[in-house]
Write a protein that binds this ligand. Structure first.
Ligand code: MG
Length: 250
């Protein structure tokens, strides 16, 4: 069963997801040549603590970082560590927090002095795919309408869609039902209902969509070693337009 949040639970989802968005935005501002991914993780941990939140990722199935930082060919689940960010890198930051019992989850990809037109187009396409997927998140629609929107935008642009990792329902736990693939035909799966909260997270690749887990047991990388981009928002379904919960206040 897909959990339906009460109005009170939705309020708490707004709070946790806003914190995730604020922490992500603050951490994005720290991304520059010379910074290590460990420094980004430590910065994010402080930003979470300042807001009374804790990492949803730290300790999850043994994950050792406060956030995920995935550079270039790394798709998702990069562990903050000694890797240094250089000019020309694309850096995915994924922030998950727990605040008063509810989880917030959001990710974005930052280009660090990138001039490669295809790399920039890959990022723009992932953002467009997320936007179009969110626009499909309406009561009365079907779950796979969201999935199909991502695949359509990516495919039309000539990029790959990662199969092995998917979006998810979210609430008191980081991963609730349903799983939300980023591919597939429309009009399938559960009917979307008001009160569902979903983390939608396109993962696109420049080349082949196949991925593998690196020797650290966590970091997901493209098999062909080419670039990958990951973006994510958590949304709530309402009768009309979806509500994006992971927007930081100005
Ligand atoms: Mg997620």
């Amino acid at each position: 069963m897909i959990p339906i949040k009460t109005p009170a639970e939705l309020q708490r989802m707004r709070a946790s997801n806003r914190i995730a968005a604020e922490v992500l935005r603050a951490t994005v501002a720290q991304v520059r040549p010379g910074v290590t991914t460990a420094e980004l993780g430590e910065f994010a941990a402080i930003e979470m603590k300042r807001r009374g939140a804790r990492s949803a990722f730290l300790g999850y199935r043994g994950f050792p970082g406060h956030i995920c930082v995935s550079v270039n060919e790394e798709v998702v689940h990069g562990i903050p560590g000694p890797r240094v960010i250089h000019v020309g890198d694309i850096v995915s930051l994924d922030v998950g927090v727990v605040f008063e019992g509810f989880v917030g989850d959001t990710a974005t990809t930052v280009a660090v002095g990138v001039t490669d037109a295809d790399a920039l187009r890959l990022i723009a396409t992932a953002e467009q795919a997320l936007k179009e997927a969110i626009s499909q998140a309406k009561a009365g629609g079907r779950l796979s309408d969201i999935s199909h929107a991502v695949e359509r935008v990516a495919t039309e642009a000539g990029f790959g869609v990662v199969r092995d990792f998917v979006g998810h329902g979210i609430g008191r736990r980081m991963h609730e039902e349903p799983q939300i693939p980023n591919f597939g035909p429309p009009g399938r799966g559960p009917t979307l209902e008001p009160g569902m909260t979903l983390a939608i997270e396109p993962m696109l690749t420049m080349g082949d969509w196949r991925v593998r887990v690196a020797a650290d047991g966590w970091t997901v990388v493209t098999v062909d070693g080419r670039l990958s981009v990951h973006v994510e928002h958590t949304i709530a379904i309402h009768d009309n337009e979806p509500e994006v919960l992971t927007l930081a206040l100005p």
